[in-house]
Design a protein around this ligand. Structure first.
Ligand code: G3H
Length: 494
């Protein structure tokens, strides 16, 4: 695609981006991206140095100063332009997602379109919420006269560092970039290695929209070389991270700056005796196996009342049998997981469950990174799969004898992202939602982050802060107050 020509060098290595220019790293080195399906090298990106990271961050710091003074409506206008370009370029970007992270072809397009919608919504929401401030008067607090007027408004934080994960390298990048920009911040993006090329294409769409130089940068490279250097950089004023437990170490090392983190989950699905079992089965399969289970919001354990477990498991098995398995280009439901080490980890969980006598509803099958969907019944708490996140197409079923047992299992997890409950009794559903220690509980549907303006947050090891468009904009601002002090009136009225 001609529009993306300038982002690749003569050797086919993707460039990194700062100060409005696509560049080659002075390291002369690159990082190879392996196609999960072929398991062969597919793309290469620059291996940036710490010195380059320094320049990127300092440029972002400078650019932010004038961006903060750019009228809000102009910021919104540019975001709308970027959203339109992103949508126009959905095909080549989706193609990268297919090759880099084996996302099924249709889902890859959906991710890009969803991202364009998110950017537009963010522009509109930003204009509304940042266009408003507050006025407080002093005589509402004991002992005060009406002599002080406090005006508050929201101002940007400075340079926001965005670190999205491999499973949504475009969508979870723009969910950080758009709120940061509308709020008047500059952005430094560090994409995941798998997904970096899709992210670079997305950044180019923002560049084509005409954002000022230096405002948006994207650095690629090895986490071991530039990871800590970036996250601990003194000129970074906020980190928005989605990913695994690397987030926990980032949060320990980051300085006194706001953090927004989403670090995975072990999302439980509780199925009561009165549930619509067809609805529950459909959601378990969609929730557990879409994008081969590589979603933080995937159903990661089904906690089923014993009296309906046989029927439910049969229904789920029948649906699992219909899932197509194969290449992302063919838009199969189940595609190769992102890396060989992920596949090995998933296999380790499966073998542990086998050794401890879980019931295999299908035969375990793996070819390279491709793992066939697997439902494990009669999983017990001593099995690793009962607690650990496979991030793959393997779903454990734990049979429970009471609702309390289900809630207890959910709450014993170190994660607390989302959960769901299937029942026809809304009162019970609300009580269970209140009892589940998760950021969100879905009633009669599988866990899910979207729509993207809904609040999205995890408790415990699942995260810090709340996301969703409105919450992210607010999170990427601070409150500024100006107090007008009036003289005590020398006259009395009335
Ligand atoms: O993997 C984590 C994502 O936030 C999940 O998003 O529910 O839209 O798949 P999703």
């Amino acid at each position: 695609m001609a529009v993306f020509e300038e982002i690749v060098d003569e050797n086919g290595v993707y460039k990194f981006f700062y100060d409005g220019v696509w560049r080659k790293s002075s390291s002369g080195k690159s990082v190879t991206i392996i196609n999960p399906t072929t398991r062969k090298p597919h793309f290469r990106v620059q291996a940036c140095t710490q010195e380059e990271v320094n320049k990127v961050v300092e440029t972002a710091k400078l650019a932010q100063k004038s961006w903060a003074k750019t009228p809000l409506w102009k910021r919104a206008e540019l975001l709308h332009k970027a959203a339109a370009i992103l949508k126009e370029q959905k095909a080549p970007i989706a193609e990268c997602l297919v090759k880099e992270i084996a996302k099924p072809a249709k889902d890859a397009v959906t991710e890009v379109v969803r991202s364009g919608d998110l950017v537009s919504y963010c522009a509109e929401e930003g204009v509304r919420i940042l266009g408003e401030g507050k006025l407080l008067v002093s005589d509402s607090f004991p002992g005060n006269e009406r002599t002080k007027y406090c005006l508050t408004s929201k101002i940007p934080l400075g340079v926001v560092l965005a670190i999205p994960p491999f499973n949504y390298p475009v969508n979870l990048a723009v969910s950080k970039i758009a709120p940061a920009l509308i709020a008047g911040n500059s952005i430094v993006l560090k994409p995941p290695t798998q997904g970096a090329v899709a992210a670079l294409h997305m950044v180019h769409c923002f560049h084509l929209a005409g954002f000022p130089k230096g405002l948006i940068s994207c650095v690629t490279g090895k986490g071991s070389e530039i990871g800590d250097f970036l996250t601990m950089h003194p000129s970074i004023n906020c980190i928005s991270f989605t990913g695994g437990d690397t987030g926990i170490s980032i949060s320990k090392k980051a300085g006194m700056i706001p953090l927004q983190m989403e670090l995975g989950g072990k999302d439980a699905c509780i199925i009561l005796e009165d549930a619509d079992l067809d609805l529950a089965a459909a959601n378990i399969v969609k929730g557990g196996f879409s994008y081969s289970g590589q979603r933080c919001t995937a159903v990661k354990v089904a906690l089923v009342m014993e009296s309906v477990a046989d029927t439910l498991v049969e229904k789920v098995k029948a649906k699992v049998a219909k899932l197509t398995v194969g290449a992302p280009e063919d838009d199969c439901d189940i595609t190769p997981v992102v890396t060989e080490s992920s596949a090995n980890f998933i296999e380790g969980l499966v073998m542990d469950a086998k050794q401890k006598a879980a019931t295999f509803c299908q035969e375990y099958k793996r070819e390279g990174n491709l793992i066939w969907p697997l439902l494990l019944d009669n999983v017990l708490p001593d099995m690793r799969i009962a607690w650990e996140e496979p991030f793959g197409p393997v779903l454990p079923v734990i049979r429970i004898n009471s609702v309390e047992e289900g809630i207890h299992h959910c709450n014993a997890s170190n994660f607390g992202l989302q959960g769901c409950v299937f029942t026809r009794d809304i009162n019970k559903a609300i009580l269970i939602s209140d009892a589940m220690e998760t950021g969100t509980v879905q009633i009669n549907s599988a866990p899910s982050r979207g729509p993207d303006h809904f609040p999205f947050q995890g408790l415990k090891d699942s995260g810090i802060g709340s996301q969703g468009i409105t919450n992210s904009i607010n999170m990427m601002t601070k409150i500024k107050s100006t107090v007008i002090n009036l003289p005590t009136p020398s006259y009395t009225v009335g």
